[in-house]
Design a protein around this ligand. Structure first.
Ligand code: NDP
Length: 248
């Protein structure tokens, strides 16, 4: 008898790191549902990933829609085995220019929506006493990087939530881990680094591997954490950063 395909839900799977995670999952025969706001990006991802990829257009800031998203996926696919909380937004501004609304906007997408979606998915995973959640933080959570105050606060929160979720949910068969990417070549890092030669030079000079990472580097790490090879791993914050975090 054929083993049923595992089901993964990846937020922000239409571009950058999320798309690379989706590629690795599909190559591993995982039914992969990607969520984003941009219909065109989602359609292009579906076109390149093929029949194991499914798209749902949704703004994750719409918290009231999240229980419906989870029921839609659970009813349509029979459950959610893997949740990847990848969607996130950045904002580069001097601290004194960051308004309360700016700050809340970043925290809402990067923290509140992750919590609210995870809660709904966990309710389903608990029924099966099995599941795997992968959060995506950032090296910004561990460094003091100027001009990204809200983003830094949000990514530190994700790492704290990872630990809190792991201790509460692992006894129920749900592993929760986090990947902390270093500097990865995507639209987001392009905006943050290009046009800021000093910051780009600083990044490269302290990255022992001497280059930015590729989205596929994060995809590979996510596939590992979702696999049976990681069955005794929970509560981990895994840097995937070319050595940037230990660079001199
Ligand atoms: P991108 O900007 O390429 O991707 C972000 C994705 O999130 C997009 O697909 C976007 O989809 C989705 N998204 C954002 N807001 C929402 C929302 N409200 N509802 C639904 N989807 C949303 O960036 P990256 O691939 O670089 O980033 C992915 C993750 O990796 C982020 O959490 C980021 O913080 C993290 N990261 C990235 C690093 C890097 O160097 N690139 C370094 C460290 C961490 P859409 O546009 O369709 O809404």
């Amino acid at each position: 008898m054929k083993t049923p395909k595992r089901i993964a839900l990846i937020t922000g799977g239409g571009s950058g790191i999320g798309l690379a995670i989706a590629e690795k999952f599909v190559q591993d025969n995982i039914q992969t549902i990607i969520v984003g706001r941009d219909e065109q990006k989602l359609a292009a991802a579906k076109e390149s990933l093929g029949e194991l990829c499914h798209t749902i257009r949704l703004d994750l800031n719409d918290l009231q829609a999240l229980p419906g998203l989870v029921s839609q996926v659970t009813a349509g696919f029979g459950g959610i085995d893997i949740l990847v909380n990848n969607a996130g937004i950045n904002m580069k501004k001097d601290l004194t220019e960051v308004s309360d609304d700016d700050f809340q906007r970043i925290l809402h997408t990067n923290v509140t929506a992750i919590f609210a979606l995870s809660r709904e998915v966990v309710k389903e995973m608990i029924k099966k006493e099995s599941g795997c959640i992968i959060n995506i933080s950032s090296m910004a959570s561990q460094y003091g990087i100027p001009k990204v105050i809200a983003y830094t606060a949000s990514k530190a929160a994700i790492e704290g939530m990872t630990r809190a979720m792991a201790v509460e949910l692992s006894p129920m068969g749900i592993r929760v881990n986090c990947i902390a990417p270093g500097f990865i070549a995507t639209d987001m890092s392009e905006k943050a680094l290009n046009g800021d030669a000093e910051r780009k030079q600083k990044v490269l000079s302290r990255t022992p591997m001497g280059k930015l990472g590729e989205p596929a580097d994060i995809g590979g790490a996510a596939l590992f954490l979702a696999s049976g090879n990681a069955q005794y791993i929970t509560g981990v914050i895994l840097p995937v950063d070319g050595g940037n975090s230990i660079g001199f």
